[in-house]
Unconditional design. Structure first.
Length: 282
């Protein structure tokens, strides 16, 4: 899990460093609609309107009792796309993502609009439309229960208090998890969380977040899936989620993650740099 400091942890002042884009190598993503690929082929001179923004931030800062947590940060993140936030430990990645999801309040004077809503004034509206996954202490899974148990608990939480949420069958779970797992075999609802591998556990957390049917999904610490080859699977599935229309913003500690992974469509990139030794992705 992420070792991201809390907002009270001291962090050095930082800037968002522009990242150079690596050339995409177009890996196969079976569940992504082919129309998205067609968009990549369009002539840039056709005069099509620029994409709308899911996030616009100017001078975004969060300060704790021991100093700056992140910022100042300027962001323009498109809707319906995957954005990768790269930054070392202590750069404030988790806190930044929670701020974008309306779960943390930035410093006064920060200019932040998410999904067309001004933050922090419209926090409740953004919280209803933004879901979170992969955050230590927020959506961690109980190792002692089954996949069906955590899915039922999540569905019950999202349902009105008067609506009974029954046992989750394998078919019901498949309807929820299929778009996230894609061609990867689904875990059985009887499987204990402890027995899931890192990839399946992360994809399950994404599945539970998407049960909210959000417009924005923020995913923290993707490199808690430690092996880069297996992490590629997670990135490919997050690409599929974004291609289906949900804006995805995901964080990773490595500053060269985007350069090392294979992408069907190269994601947007924001590099959080902190301290004198931080460098942009190659």
């Amino acid at each position: 899990m992420s070792s991201e400091p809390t907002p009270t942890r001291e962090a050095e002042q930082q800037d968002v460093v522009p990242a150079e884009r690596p050339a995409p190598s177009a890996p196969s993503v079976p569940s992504v609609p082919s129309e998205q690929g067609d968009l990549e082929q369009q002539d840039p001179g056709t005069g099509s309107a620029p994409p709308s923004l899911a996030v616009r931030a100017r001078g975004l800062v969060l300060t704790g009792s021991r100093g700056a947590v992140y910022g100042p940060v300027d962001l323009d993140l498109p809707a319906g796309a995957l954005t990768v936030v790269q930054g070392p430990q202590g750069a404030g990645r988790s806190s930044l993502l929670l701020t974008l999801a309306g779960r943390m309040v930035p410093d006064r004077g920060s200019d932040l609009t998410v999904l067309g809503e001004d933050l922090p004034r419209r926090r409740t509206a953004v919280q209803r439309r933004a879901a979170v996954a992969g955050f230590a202490g927020v959506d961690e899974l109980d190792d002692s229960v089954t996949v069906g148990d955590v899915t039922r608990e999540r569905l019950a939480w999202l349902s009105p208090w008067y609506r009974w949420t029954g046992r989750v069958s394998q078919e019901r779970f498949a309807a929820l998890a299929g778009p996230v797992f894609g061609e990867r075999p689904l875990p059985r609802v009887s499987t204990v969380i402890w027995d899931l591998d890192e990839v399946d556990a992360m994809l399950l957390r994404v599945t539970l977040a998407l049960a909210q049917e959000p417009d924005l999904l923020v995913v923290d610490d993707v490199d808690q899936v430690h092996d880069s080859g297996r992490r590629q699977t997670v990135w490919t599935r997050l690409e599929a989620v974004a291609a289906a229309g949900t804006t995805v913003i995901a964080s990773v500690a490595s500053l060269d993650e985007v350069a090392r992974m294979r992408w069907w469509t190269t994601p947007e990139v924001a590099n959080l740099a902190t301290g004198p030794h931080a460098v942009p992705a190659a």
